[in-house]
Write a protein that binds this ligand. Sequence first.
Ligand SMILES: Cc1cc2nc3c(=O)[nH]c(=O)nc-3n(C[C@H](O)[C@H](O)[C@H](O)COP(=O)(O)OP(=O)(O)OC[C@H]3O[C@@H](n4cnc5c(N)ncnc54)[C@H](O)[C@@H]3O)c2cc1C
Length: 455
Amino acid sequence: MKRSLGGLAVLTAAAVAAGLILKRRGSPDPARRNPEGRKPHIVVAGAGFGGISALQELSARISPDEADITLVDQNNYHLFTPLLYQVATGGADSLNVTYPLRRFCAIRGIRFVCSRIYGVNPMDKVITTAAGQMTFDYLLLGLGSQTNYFGMPEVEERSYSLKSIPDANQLHRQIVRNFELAAQTRDINERRQLLTFIVVGGGATGIELTGSLHELVQHNLVRYYPEINEDDVRISLVEASDHVLPGIHERIGEMALERFEEIGIDICLNRRVAGIRERSVITRDEERIPGDVIIWTAGIRPHPITAGLPVEKARDGRLAVDEHLRLPDYPFIFALGDAAASLDPDTGEPLPPNAAVAVQEGANAGANLARLVRGEPILPFTYKPMGELIALGRLKAAAELGPFVFDGLPAWLVWRVVYLTKLMGARNRAGLVLDWVASLFAQRTIVDTSNPAEE
Ligand SMILES: Cc1cc2nc3c(=O)[nH]c(=O)nc-3n(C[C@H](O)[C@H](O)[C@H](O)COP(=O)(O)OP(=O)(O)OC[C@H]3O[C@@H](n4cnc5c(N)ncnc54)[C@H](O)[C@@H]3O)c2cc1C
C-alpha cells in the first residue's frame, strides 16, 4: 500500500510537472478549441513561397498538440520558380529546383494532401479538392497566380509559358528540336526561321530567360551543330513599354539593355503584341516580328480560385487584405503572395507579386496563426525590401543592394550565392552547384528525351 501511494505521489508529481511544461510551451486553452472541442484545424492551400514560409514559422512556434495542420498542393513538390528559366535553357536539372513536400511535412508533423483544389467556401469554412471536401478553422490561401494573355486565346495557344516544370521542359524540348530541324534543312530561310526565338515581356522573368537562352544557344548549342552558323540564330525581346524591368531601380533596366545590345539581342521596345500569326508576333501597329519559338512572360493575373471568391478585390484583381493579411469579411482566412494585394505602408500601393514579398508575408501569417491558436494578440505585416538581383546571361548580372547598384561578374557572383542559399535542401544545393559548373564548361543539357521521331 505504501509502495502504491508512493507510486501515486510520483505519478501526480509527474503529471503536475508535465502540465507545467505543457503550459510553458503554451498548451491550447480549451476555450480556444472549436465548438466541438477539437484542436483547431489549419489548412494551408498552396506550397509556394508564401505557404512554405508560413508553415516553417507556424510549425516552429506551436506543437502538434495545439493544432492540426494540413498542407494541400496539386504537386508533391515545392518549386523554386526563380530558377525555372534555367531548367528551360538546360542550365539546371528540374530535380534540383524542386523540394519534396512529403519530406518537408514529415519533419514538421504536418499532414500533406496532394490534390488539386477546386473551390473555397468561406461561409461554411470548407475547401473542395479532388480528394474530397475538407473543413478548416483557419485557412491560408497561397495559390499563386496564372499567366495573363490579356484576352488573346491564340497567343495562349501558340506561345510557350513559363510557370511550371512541365512548361520549362516543353520549352527546352522545343528549343532543342528546332535546332535538330534547322540542322536538317537546306533551305536557309527555313533554317533561320526555325532559329528565331522571341521572348515577350521585359520583366524579371523575360530578361533572365533571354540572357540564359543566349548562353544556351551561343555557348552550347552552336558548338555542337556544325550545320548551324551562329549568325543564323536570332533572339528578340519584345516589350510593350519604353523600358524593361518595371518596378526595379531604373539603372538596372539600363544595364540589362546595354548588356543585351552588346551580345546582339534584338531589342524591340514600345511594341504591344496583338497576336501571333504565320510564325510571327504581330504588334498593335501591324508590325510583323518573325519568331518560331515565342515565349510569353508578359504578365500574370489572379488564380481562378481567388478570382472567383465573392470578396473585396484590389484594382489588379488580387484579394484585398487587412494589415494582418486577412480577408476583411473572413478574418479566419489569410491570403499571401501573388494571391494578395497587401499595401506598402509608405506608398499606399499594393506590394509587387514576387517571392520576397510572399516569403515575408508567409512568415508574418504563420507567426500570427500561432498567436491566434494561443489566444495572443497578432501583429501587423510590414515589408522590408531586400534589394534586387537580375541575371543577365553568361557571367553577368545586375544588382541593387542597399545604396549600391552594380553589374558584371561581382553581381553575378552575389546572384549565385544568394540564390543558392535560398534554395531548399542540401542535396538540391549540391546538385545545382554541379549544374552551374557544367554550364560554365558548355555542358548544359541539350538532349530531347521525348524522341520526336516516334511522334
Ligand atoms: C519563371 C518565374 C520566375 C520568377 N522569378 C522570380 C525571382 O527571381 N524573384 C522573385 O522574387 N520572384 C520571382 N517570381 C515570382 C514568384 O515566383 C512568385 O511571386 C511567388 O512564387 C509567389 O508565391 P506564392 O506563394 O504566392 O505562389 P507560388 O509560389 O506560385 O505557389 C502556389 C502554389 O499553389 C499550388 N497551386 C496552385 N493552384 C492550385 C490548385 N488549384 N490546387 C492545389 N494547389 C495549387 C501550386 O502548385 C504552388 O505550389 C518568378 C515567377 C516565375 C513564374
